[in-house]
Design a binder for this molecule. Structure first.
Ligand code: GDP
Length: 168
């Protein structure tokens, strides 16, 4: 579909544990201009400030089947001030289902929650979609650093839990 050609971005995240190294591929998807690159740089900056050992590798590329290869986590992003972005979330979810394993940890992210005065999508709508689709859900602001760290951490924690469970 043509909607894909306008979107890009990928975040690779490397996490270092107690003597063990994990490389998790996490992607940010969603329409253009919803704030994917800002969310990623906000997360990366905070990780850096916290003196974390995490290495963030950022790559920008077209969304192709290769983009989804080995993905274990996804942030599906919309802009709360743009109804059209929210309306296309289902298409992004279908896209993930087509290319990825069903075990991919998914979080729905309603970004730009600082734009309360021009909000077009309510918190309740986000919540009901997450319940319907069995996703995590969070509203964020990359501009004000609200819930950005938490959103990534929810995904990373869940992935880590799944990895540990498999190792048992
Ligand atoms: P992408 O195309 O999805 O990667 O979007 P960008 O990260 O490039 O952001 C697109 C535009 O939205 C830029 O002008 C950002 O400054 C703005 N933006 C991103 N995140 C936020 C946010 O949380 N709040 C507000 N008000 N603007 C944001």
């Amino acid at each position: 579909g043509t909607f894909l050609t306008h979107s890009r971005d990928m975040g690779g995240h490397e996490e270092e544990g107690e003597g063990e190294e994990y490389l998790f591929k996490i992607v940010l998807i969603g329409d253009s201009v919803v704030g994917k690159s800002n969310l990623l740089s906000c997360f990366a900056r905070n990780e850096f400030d916290n003196n974390s050992k995490a290495t963030i590798r950022v790559e920008f590329r077209a969304v192709t089947p290769a983009y989804y290869r080995d993905v274990v986590g996804a942030l599906i992003v919309y802009d709360i001030s743009r109804r059209s972005n929210f309306d296309r979330i289902k298409r992004w979810l279908d896209e993930l289902t087509t290319h990825c394993d069903t075990t991919v940890t998914r979080i729905l992210v309603g970004n730009k929650c600082d734009l309360e005065n021009i909000r077009e999508v309510s918190v309740e709508e986000g919540k009901s979609l997450d319940e319907e689709e069995g996703l995590f859900f969070m509203e964020t602001s990359a501009l004000e650093s609200t819930n950005v760290q938490t959103s990534f951490e929810i995904v990373i924690q869940e992935i880590y839990t799944n990895v540990s469970r498999k190792a048992l």
